[in-house]
Design a protein around this ligand. Structure first.
Ligand code: HAM
Length: 442
């Protein structure tokens, strides 16, 4: 009997083959470059934390999706990180007021959530976090949004393809209060509203009535949750359309001005249906969606002014977002924006056509690589140069160096695999010629 066992990757995880990894790096490079350009610095934290960090203030939705564990024989409970914000707040709280403000940090961590895997939702994913702390002004909200939008643009998306939907928890809370939701039930009401599309209407109605909404309240809420408007319009229109008192929208004025001034109005709209499931948000909240509404959110975030203090730090205003790689990848793929993305091809392929060429080929390869050139070789030795050239082309190389019969005279063939042109050049000139043409080509 055989001892063989076949293993599959755990449900909701991904294997990244080179082509998949190229896409992941393409997305992460856009995230990192955009963050740096906007003045954010990269940080990282542990992949697991004390369980309590998440039960403090993330909200029931995320707590029910934790991968938690205890070390064999240990007493402490841990959880794989389902998000980054509690870690970030813990880090800022630990440094206290000594940290120069504003704090502008970004991270590209991997997260773990025991969700039911489905399109756009996995159990392990990468999430870009951009957060700005210590500046209590809509300028901070606008700056993190500008950073998110700029990365989407760098990846080839435009305002016809994605929309940033923005709301404000105070405005929605005021609206809900006028419908009979008590302030103690507000967090549960936000969580329910965030999940309303994920449950049958009767379950929603039942949960809503437990929060104090009657039938009329439900339909008024529906009106509020469906209110969407251009951010260029008058905020008074938002009030009349949603049924919420106009003064509730005053906190959005500064944000609107900052977004319009930054030239981002085309990307953004008010959407009072956005409340966000996480419990710590305190002000503006936003999500990025594919414009056709076909996918789950590409990104989500908002203000969380109380979290650093809750972690034992000084009162600190904070705003940020998380953008996952899964939904973003689906949107980019649907738009044909990943077709050209593949593992980096070599600049040059070294071919030895004959056994006596093997060692010189090996030496040349080492020299090319030392000069910083991405060089590969064929590991086959054959006089069938055509076959070797086929291998070089398949690898995506644009040039090949063929070490053949002229090697005895110290010369090799340098072939341009795009034009097909070929010239006989001195072996000891090859590295200089290739690196020279590289810098000439930028
Ligand atoms: P979140 O809405 O839970 O927010 O997640 C943000 C984004 O992460 C989502 O829009 C989605 O793209 C991605 N994401 C979340 N869960 C999954 C999953 N199971 N599979 C694939 N992608 C997923 C937060 O996590 C907040 N901590 C963001 C934040 C940062 N707020 C302030 N700063």
């Amino acid at each position: 009997m055989s001892n063989q066992r076949r293993f599959q990757a755990p449900k909701g995880t991904r294997d990244f083959l080179p082509e998949d990894m190229a896409i992941r790096r393409h997305i992460e490079t856009a995230w990192r470059e955009t963050s740096t350009r906007h003045g954010f610095e990269e940080i990282e934290g542990p992949t697991f934390e004390h369980l309590g960090l998440y039960t403090v203030k993330s909200g029931e939705g995320i707590v029910s999706e934790l991968f938690s564990f205890r070390r064999e024989g240990g007493r402490d409970d841990y959880a794989l990180r389902p998000e980054f914000t509690p870690t970030l707040a813990r880090m800022v709280a630990a440094r206290g007021p000594g940290l120069p403000r504003p704090v502008k940090w970004f991270a590209v961590p991997t997260h773990y959530r025991a969700e039911r895997p489905q399109r756009g939702r996995l159990r392990e994913f990468v999430q870009w976090n951009v957060d700005m702390l210590g500046l209590d002004s809509p300028t901070a909200d606008a700056e993190v949004l500008a950073t998110g939008i700029s990365a989407l643009e760098a990846l080839g998306l435009d305002p016809s393809m994605v929309t940033v939907r923005i709301s404000h928890r105070d405005a929605v809370a005021l609206g809900l209060e006028s419908l009979g939701v008590s302030s103690e039930s507000m967090t549960s009401a936000f969580e329910l509203l965030d999940r309303r599309d994920k449950m049958p209407p009767e379950v929603f109605a039942e949960k809503a009535s437990a929060l104090g909404l009657d039938d009329d309240g439900l339909s008024d809420f529906d009106r509020l949750a469906r209110t969407r408007r251009s951010i260029r319009g008058d905020l008074a229109d938002l009030a009349s359309e949603s049924g919420v008192a106009a003064e509730a929208f005053a906190p959005l004025e500064g944000l609107r001005d900052a977004l319009v001034d930054a030239g981002l109005a085309d990307w953004c709209e008010w959407d009072l249906g956005i409340v966000r499931g996480l419990a710590y948000y305190t002000g503006s909240v936003f999500e990025v969606h594919e414009s056709g509404g076909r996918e789950r959110a590409i990104a989500g975030g908002g203000r969380y002014d109380g979290l650093v203090e809750l972690m034992g730090g000084p009162p600190t205003s904070a705003v940020g977002f998380g953008m996952g790689d899964v939904v973003l990848g689906l949107v980019l793929e649907d738009r044909g924006l990943l077709e050209e993305v593949r593992p980096a091809p070599p600049r040059v392929f070294v071919l030895s056509a004959g056994e006596d060429a093997d060692r010189p080929a090996h030496r040349l390869l080492a020299e090319l690589r030392r000069a910083g050139i991405h060089a590969r070789r064929s590991y086959k030795t054959t006089r069938n140069v055509g076959k070797l050239l086929g291998e070089a082309s398949r690898a995506g190389a644009t040039r090949a160096v063929i070490l053949g019969s002229e090697l005895g005279e110290g010369r090799v063939q340098l072939k341009d695999l795009v034009s097909g042109e070929q010239e006989l050049v001195p072996l000891d000139e090859v590295v200089r010629m290739i690196s020279g043409s590289e810098s000439a080509n930028g």
